[in-house]
Design a protein around this ligand. Sequence first.
Ligand code: SAH
Ligand code: SF4
Length: 411
Amino acid sequence: MSSAVVVSSENLDEKQQSVSMPVVHAVEKKVNLLGMSRAELEKFFEDLGEKKFRAGQVMKWMHQYFVTDFAEMSNISGKLREKLEKICEIKAPEVVHRNYSKDGTRKWVFRVGDGEGSLVETVLIPAEDKTGARKTLCISSQVGCALDCSFCSTGKQGFQRDLTPAEIIGQLWMANYSYMEDVPVAERERTVTNVVMMGMGEPLLNYDAVLSSMQLMLDDFAYGMSKRRVTLSTSGVVPKIDQLAQDIDVALAISLHAPNDELRNELVPINKKYPLQQLIAACQRYLAKDGNESSRRHVTIEYVMLDGVNDKPEHAQQLLKLLKNLPSKINLIPFNPFPHAPYGRSSRNRIIAFQKTLSDAGFVCTIRQTRGDDIDAACGQLVGQVADRTRRAEQWKKKVAQRQEILRTQG
Ligand code: SAH
Ligand code: SF4
């Protein structure tokens, strides 16, 4: 718990106290319960001298009925409700912008942190599947990203800060709430069916906060989602993949994007630290940990299709070899261009030919549909109008200009 104001008379010596100045008493900042895991919330209630089962009750109110006002929590005594109101709050990050597209896609821009804060984005993409209507929420884990993949606009912002568990789970809370705002509390239900950690940031570099948020997603007292329907996407932080294997059971997606180290070093620079062989081995260990779990039967391989860069027949052949011993499904992502990006999107024919090579060899290979184009909401492309607070974008523009100059002079 942190203090909002720390000036108090005890801190001042006699001489200072004789000067006429306002004495401001310490005001404790309210504790936000939204991001607390079940274990944390149980401890919180025990520390208050209350029974642990209160944690489950409050979790249900927050995450299943989308209630933020303690006064509405009818199975909790009036005395405890008053106490909770004084010391804690239930608060999702502030929405500064929302956009609901005609095709059902919804996007939110949140302000996180104090004062002016920073902006992060979340997008919800609906789709029909065998089991009915699917609503997939693409959640951010950091403001910006330190890893600087060459085709990613988040990377161009540089890293600003990690999101807290409340800011991460708050995105899921808000997306669900957006469908339930006008529904009476007793009739409210969870609408989002799938979560992908594919928004801004590298989730494995904000490990603890992402882990406790995903625990809430799976917890029956919170969102109770199936572990097959919660996917963590990583560019390949190998040691953290091993840690994840021990800590939680969720589906794993790997942002591969290149079938050999030389090209991957250029597109996904973390490959220089954890090259392909190490990455594939970590995926195999992840699947081996609980091979029969529905969430661990395969990894999803994400492969962004960059015109003339990684989309040639020889790349498809290399990919086949690389994935030979890794149960995987491949998702080809048409590149989403952004200003000053040095790449173009592969042609539809190129993408289909690439897909055919992989499918003919027995892989399940899909092409990601681009949705929500009218609100600039595609996954991995969430930073449209977010302010760039670092100089990295400037440096990037220079780098692109240099490359273009080299290409021009080379003829
Ligand atoms: N940092 C994690 C998760 C966020 S990126 C990761 O890299 O996996 C989510 C996905 O969007 C990744 O597969 C990423 O490679 C992809 N992506 C990023 N920029 C993109 C772009 N301009 N066009 C298409 N996909 C992009
Ligand atoms: Fe970071 Fe993922 Fe973008 Fe790479 S693709 S810069 S890891 S957010």
